[in-house]
Design a protein around this ligand. Structure first.
Ligand SMILES: Cc1ncc(COP(=O)(O)O)c(C=O)c1O
Length: 367
């Protein structure tokens, strides 16, 4: 008898599926008006310029789109006022796909990736799929600040990627420029730092930073971005990452021909010039954050100050019970135990009408 050769990769057998937030269709039957505050989507819709582009370019769908991301990269370089050049970008079908490409480029069996939970689950998922070992250096409670000492201690010769998120999902916290500088100074050259900044437009802290100054200073850092949040294009799946020309070029080798579909590409290019829409959503989120702080303070529910378009709260009932209660009141929220924050719930910041509905439901619970 032939010896049985296992066909399944050991590290894929343990993979936990990603449990996303419920869709509107899944809960439609429950109540007429539902406010979806569970997936950090844009509460005012999509960039009108992007929507126009989708309409304009939806003919000739039988013809292949651009084979490369060159036009998109050129638009991105213009968007960054030439401070980043075309060869520093990689266009991807979403921020998640950027993360997947980065992981495929740098991680794999025999390597380690550092994450700081609570954080976006796909870093762990995608790196595990390739057999990389995940090393968790949790954010420090109670303020969820980055454990720089712990990270530096966790680095060894197998470490390839360090995932940082600022503003962080689900905590809403951010990493200061000083903290990033401190880390970069001490990290060995075989570690690439990924700074996921998909919520960067919403940040207004003085010492907030994106990856750009560090990338331009030649550090081994990659900025990850998405059109799902600020530009409201979650359904189109479009994003990008940027780094030094050497790192971006290295990652780009993994991009399949025709990776970006035509409608997403045109929508992305159009959205980049929609400064009016960006201003509108950024103003709304920043105003509504303050509104919610006041209401939450008054109600007395613990929460974390946020730099994103969502807020993390800690109800005094279980997160799942809280989710069900809110759903009955017509508000969808997201328990985030699977992001590493058990007992906590993430609430997307919506329009004033949606936020009022959320506050009204909260008041019922905390009367
Ligand atoms: C921190 C973070 N990074 C990346 C993404 C990926 O966004 P997308 O794949 O929709 O571009 C998300 C989405 O929720 C996120 O919260």
């Amino acid at each position: 008898m032939d010896e049985m050769i296992p066909i399944f990769k050991k590290y894929l057998e343990i993979a936990e599926p990603y449990v996303g937030g419920k869709t509107l269709d899944e809960i439609k039957s429950r109540k007429k008006k539902i406010y979806k505050l569970s997936s950090n989507e844009n509460p005012i819709g999509a960039s009108p310029k992007a929507e126009q582009a989708v309409k304009k370019f939806s003919e000739n769908l039988h013809i292949y789109p651009d084979r490369t991301d060159k036009r998109f990269r050129s638009a991105l370089s213009t968007f960054y006022n030439g401070e980043l050049s075309e060869d520093q970008f990689v266009a991807t079908p979403s921020g998640s796909e950027s993360i997947d490409l980065i992981v495929r480029a740098f991680a794999g069996e025999g390597t380690e990736c550092i994450v700081s939970n609570p954080c976006f689950k796909p870093y762990t998922m995608f790196a595990s799929w390739l057999g990389s070992k995940i090393v968790d250096v949790p954010l420090k409670e109670p303020d969820y600040s980055l454990d720089i000492k712990g990270i530096l201690k966790a680095v060894n010769k197998r470490t390839r990627l360090l995932f940082l998120t600022s503003p962080n999902n689900p905590t809403g916290t951010y990493i200061t420029k000083k903290e990033i500088k401190k880390l970069l100074k001490k990290l060995p050259k075989h570690v690439v730092v990924v700074l996921d900044e998909v919520y960067y437009h919403f940040a207004n802290a003085k010492d907030y930073t994106t990856a750009m100054p560090f990338v331009n200073a030649g550090h081994q850092m990659i900025g990850v971005n998405s059109f799902s949040k600020t530009y409201g294009l979650a359904a189109l799946r479009i994003g990008y990452c940027y780094s030094t020309p050497a790192i971006a070029g290295y990652i780009r080798q993994l991009c399949k021909p025709f990776l970006i579909n035509k409608l997403s590409l045109e929508a992305g290019i159009a959205a980049l010039s929609d400064t009016e829409f960006v201003q509108q959503i950024v103003d709304l989120i920043q105003t509504e954050r303050e509104y919610l702080y006041k209401k939450l303070d008054k109600i007395g529910i613990p929460y974390w100050k946020t730099q994103g378009n969502f807020i993390l709260i800690k109800p005094d009932i279980s997160a799942n019970e809280f989710e069900d209660f809110m759903l009955n009141e017509g508000v969808m929220v997201r328990p985030v135990a699977n992001f590493g924050a058990p007992g906590c719930v993430r609430v997307t910041i919506g329009t004033r009408e949606a936020n009022k509905a959320f506050v009204k439901a909260l008041k019922q619970l905390y009367k």
